[in-house]
Write a protein that binds this ligand. Structure first.
Ligand code: TGC
Ligand code: FAD
Length: 387
């Protein structure tokens, strides 16, 4: 691998199978998604159901899960696929993460056999789209305070409340909804055609425009007794799923960063000012060197955490460290890369401003930078500073 694309030769740390899966995901992302993404972002719409079907055909959805039509690849391979999707757009990686790591993972890890058989094969194929409803209008960082409630009524469950900022919400066939019950927080598998369920898209997003984000309203949604996920009790359930998705994000952010570095490098070599390529100016080279180095270090961290995960040694605090570092690094790289392109840096003809805008969401969702900082602080000191 040459220094232009992989300064630290991180590629050398991957095995042949990991490289093959990464290359397949890259081909899919570059050939099927990249040609359209700027248009989707500009229009603020995404043909999410069509893309889910294509991702399903490519074997990407729930690819790290075993059985039920899922590919059963390693965590590392899943991380590398996240990188390739986010190199095109964070919104596309979001569709893939929410489907595979939040909705499918929750059903796979906590669901009954009947729930798994009903939903997972269709979700792996992309014929069913899934969403994950944890955040509420008044409870984001602190999901413990959620107000959505599920009460028992003659053996059925009745769900009422609302969820906010839900990726895939209005295009989903099924949502894993987290709600308070008399036994603490429980997860419910909610088919979106159930009476009382409604989803409204959130408009005027300046970030993640190539992603569907919705508000969900649950107005006395009646579900059968077996709609509850039997294996999840308390906040540990949703937080366990979030751990999986955060792992994908710590890889994914390096994809957005890579796209920015590559764009800046190519531009700097062809843009002439003062009769020479701007890549020849020392100040530009400093930016290019810093961006490449920071991108390489972020990728090294991702691969290291991937190896820890495969060895069953990855802690929550380490996932927080990776998510915090790599989103922070990616956003800095996007800002620096933008300056290299001058005015063209703000144009949608180049991907940089789109990545920069998306990364503002990535910094906030799946636990804000502050929450991950405090998670690391708690692991270091043994003292929780959340409350
Ligand atoms: P706390 O007392 O620390 O923990 C409650 C229970 O959960 C366990 N736990 C975890 N389990 C798995 N993974 C983790 N990362 C875990 N962190 C904690 C913990 O052991 C405990 O278990 P048990 O059995 O003892 O009860 O809970 P807390 O209320 O103090 O909260 C901690 C805090 C603030 C870190 C947590 O609430 C948090 O992470 N808040 C952020 C919320 C968040 O990330 N929301 C994301 C919503 S989904 C989304 O954004 C999707 S974006 C689209 C895309 O992915 O692309
Ligand atoms: P708040 O929790 O209100 O935080 C506001 C600010 O206060 C932040 O800076 C935060 O770090 C800080 N803060 C809060 N508490 C503390 C503290 N104790 N100490 C220090 N600082 C603190 N959610 C889902 O459930 N499913 C989804 O699919 C989903 N998709 C999303 C897609 C997008 C595009 C976006 C933007 C969000 C999505 N979310 C989703 C929601 C996301 O997880 C929340 O936005 C996030 O958890 C933060 O919650 P909040 O926005 O309510 O901010």
């Amino acid at each position: 691998m040459d220094a232009q694309h992989d300064l630290l030769d991180v590629d050398h740390l991957l095995d042949d199978e990991e490289r093959a899966i990464r290359d397949t995901a890259r081909r899919f992302a570059q050939e099927r998604l990249a040609p359209h993404v700027a248009e989707w972002f500009e229009a603020g719409t995404l043909p999410a159901r069509d893309i889910a079907r294509e991702m399903g055909q490519a074997g990407l959805l729930g690819m790290h899960l075993e059985g039920y039509g899922c590919a059963g690849v390693s965590s590392m391979a899943y991380g590398l696929a996240s990188t390739e999707l986010e190199a095109v757009d964070s919104g596309l990686r979001s569709l893939f993460s929410v489907q595979g790591s939040l909705a499918m993972y929750s059903i796979h890890a906590y669901g009954s056999e009947a729930q798994k058989e009903q939903w997972l094969p269709g979700m792996a194929a992309g014929t069913y789209v899934g969403a994950f409803g944890l955040t509420e209008p008044d409870h984001g960082s602190n999901p413990k305070g959620m107000r959505t409630r599920a009460r028992n009524d003659g053996g059925d469950w009745i769900l009422s409340g609302s969820k906010m900022w839900i990726t895939n919400g209005s295009v989903a066939d099924v949502v894993v909804v987290w709600a308070q019950t008399d036994e603490g927080v429980r997860g419910f598998v909610v088919p979106t055609d159930t009476p009382g369920f409604a989803a409204t898209d959130i408009k005027q997003k300046m970030s993640m425009r190539a992603s569907v984000t919705s508000e969900l309203s649950l107005d006395d949604v009646r579900l059968p007794h077996d709609a509850v996920l039997p294996g999840a009790q308390g906040l540990r359930g949703p937080l366990g799923a979030l751990n999986e998705a955060r792992f994908g994000i710590l890889f994914g952010a390096t994809g957005a960063a890579r796209s920015c570095v590559e764009t800046a490098l190519e531009y700097a070599q062809s843009r002439i000012q003062f009769d020479r390529p701007i890549a020849g100016f020392q100040l530009t080279q400093q930016k290019l060197a810093d961006m490449s180095l920071e991108h390489g270090k972020a990728l090294l961290l991702a691969v290291h955490l991937g190896r820890l995960k495969e060895a069953g040694r990855l802690s929550h605090a380490q996932v927080s460290a990776g998510k915090l570092n790599n989103t922070r690094v990616a956003i800095e790289i996007a800002r620096t890369a933008r300056t290299v392109l001058g005015a063209n840096g703000v144009s949608g003809e180049y991907p940089i401003m789109r990545h920069a805008n998306n990364l503002e969401s990535v910094l906030t969702y799946e636990g804000t930078a502050e929450i991950h900082t405090l998670t690391i602080g708690r692991a270091l000191t043994g003292i929780s500073a959340f409350i």
